[in-house]
Design a protein around this ligand. Structure first.
Ligand SMILES: Cc1cc2nc3c(=O)[nH]c(=O)nc-3n(C[C@H](O)[C@H](O)[C@H](O)COP(=O)(O)OP(=O)(O)OC[C@H]3O[C@@H](n4cnc5c(N)ncnc54)[C@H](O)[C@@H]3O)c2cc1C
Length: 428
């Protein structure tokens, strides 16, 4: 074991940053000792968010690291996906496959984002109690940083005075789609150009469960490009709601971009006005009352991130900061954290950090490339602007369900995945 520990800074305590900190803090087999600092801009843990799922190599990861049972125990209990029209009539149901190796829209590892993040953060706390050198600092961000030309480390200045300015051996940007840390690494000027809009804006929140709610994911679409999703929670007391607005084009919508930067009260008011004046009659009062009452509201523009490089010197990007995408962002973030930790576990000195981060990129990028596909007009096809478009959507999914084409598609996807990429072995 080397004399000097590796000093690692991770910016962003979402699923990506917390997964990495936990893998680093828990795994035996590292050649070097580690000091891990995870910083989060929010003053408190961000343990909210609705259903996310774990797929592909991330399933192998949670099995390998012994996280599977804890995650499975928090399954949202969702049993499939029901497409609805604006009156709440069910048009088609796609059941969960029940097979973790060939998952359908509802995953066998469906968990609330908040519960997964909390599980990871609790694991970090436990590792610290057991002696790992790991700390989580809330209400802190990087003010500036410089990867020194002499190769001795990254000098980091902090913005809020909770941490002393200091030199790190590794800096990881895990601070989401807009990642300011990515801007420090690759240039602030280009930072926004890595973000590819989808035109789909979503407000997420929880409402009380009522008699009649079941274990299906209900998805009602109606013109112009609006949708309401209702999804079960494990606790039997609440349900997740998503209100989504999809532009006819992928470009950002100036009104909605302004709303994203407004406060939560204004965001709620905007959504209320758009949904109450729509053609939808399905439980509208309940969804609007819930919107007013909720304290876990979160709104985002669903975007992809694609950057030409993830690793540069001693710095690297992970999760949405590196490769945000639709549907599998959480899985990519978790398996990416595993690969960064794995490559760092092989090195015996700080000088080898740049090489380890390059290896992470070489190992993992081929897989991410197969997942971070062009959105094309998928959100627009799934959220039609017209009544005619909605009729076509419901007819197609109705046929899909009746002919059980879903089984065929998941089988094909599973077959390809198996042939393409496997989670590397690091001897843990
Ligand atoms: C509160 C919240 C709720 C979400 N809810 C859902 C949901 O319901 N459904 C869904 O599909 N996806 C949701 N997401 C997104 C989803 O979690 C991610 O797409 C995916 O898990 C990848 O995670 P990530 O850690 O890379 O990014 P994120 O989850 O975005 O995490 C990034 C973290 O970095 C922090 N951060 C940002 N800037 C800085 C900074 N300058 N310094 C330090 N920290 C910073 C953020 O506060 C955040 O905690 C949510 C994200 C958040 C933050």
């Amino acid at each position: 074991m080397s004399e000097r520990p590796l000093n690692i800074l991770i910016s962003g305590a979402g699923v990506a940053g917390a997964s990495l900190a936990l893998v680093l803090a828990r795994q035996p087999g590292f050649k070097m000792q580690l000091i891990i600092t995870l910083i989060e801009r929010s003053p408190v843990p961000r343990i909210t968010g609705q259903s996310i799922d774990i797929r592909g190599p991330a399933v192998d990861m949670i099995k390998k690291l012994g996280w599977e049972q804890e995650i499975k125990a928090r399954h949202t209990t969702e049993k499939g996906l029901a497409f609805k029209n604006s009156k709440g009539k069910t048009m088609a149901i796609l059941p969960a496959s029940g097979d973790a190796k060939a998952q359908s829209a509802t995953s066998e590892y469906e968990i609330l984002r908040g519960e997964l993040t909390e599980l990871l953060l609790d694991g970090i706390k436990e590792s610290k109690e057991k002696g790992a050198h790991v700390q989580v600092v809330y209400g802190e961000t990087i003010k500036s940083m410089e990867d020194r030309a002499d190769g001795t480390g990254v000098d980091v200045q902090f913005a809020r005075g909770k941490l002393e300015d200091q030199r790190y051996d590794v800096v990881v940007a895990a601070d989401g789609i807009g990642s300011p840390t990515r801007g420090f690494i690759f240039g602030k000027e280009d930072n926004a150009s890595h973000i590819r809009p989808s035109g789909l804006y979503i407000g997420f929140y929880s409402i009380p469960r009522i008699p009649g709610d079941d274990q299906l994911w209900h998805w009602a679409t109606f013109p112009p490009g609006l949708a309401i999703h209702l999804r079960p929670h494990r606790n039997g007391k609440t349900m997740g709601v998503y209100l989504s607005i999809c532009n006819a084009k992928k470009e950002p919508n100036p009104d909605l971009e302004a709303i994203l930067h407004a406060d939560v009260a204004q965001q709620k008011q905007y959504l209320r006005q758009r949904f109450e004046s729509s053609v939808c009659t399905w439980q509208m009062k309940r969804f609007m009352d819930g919107l007013d009452a909720t304290d876990d509201f979160y709104m985002t523009h669903w975007c992809q991130v694609r950057t030409p490089q993830w690793a540069k010197g001693r710095c690297v990007t992970l999760g949405d900061a590196a490769f945000a995408t639709m549907g599998v962002g959480t899985s990519l973030a978790m398996a990416g954290a595993y690969c960064i930790a794995g490559e760092l576990s092989k090195i015996a000195s700080s000088e080898q950090v740049p090489q380890a981060l390059q290896s992470y990129e070489s190992v993992y990028r081929p897989y991410v490339k197969t997942q971070n596909l062009d959105f094309a007009l998928l959100p627009q096809l799934a959220n039609p602007q017209t009544a005619w478009g909605n009729w076509v959507l419901h007819t197609v999914v109705g046929l899909f369900a009746a002919l059980r084409l879903q089984d065929l598609v998941t089988w094909i996807m599973n077959r390809n995945e198996k042939e393409e990429w496997k989670l590397p072995e690091y001897g843990w």
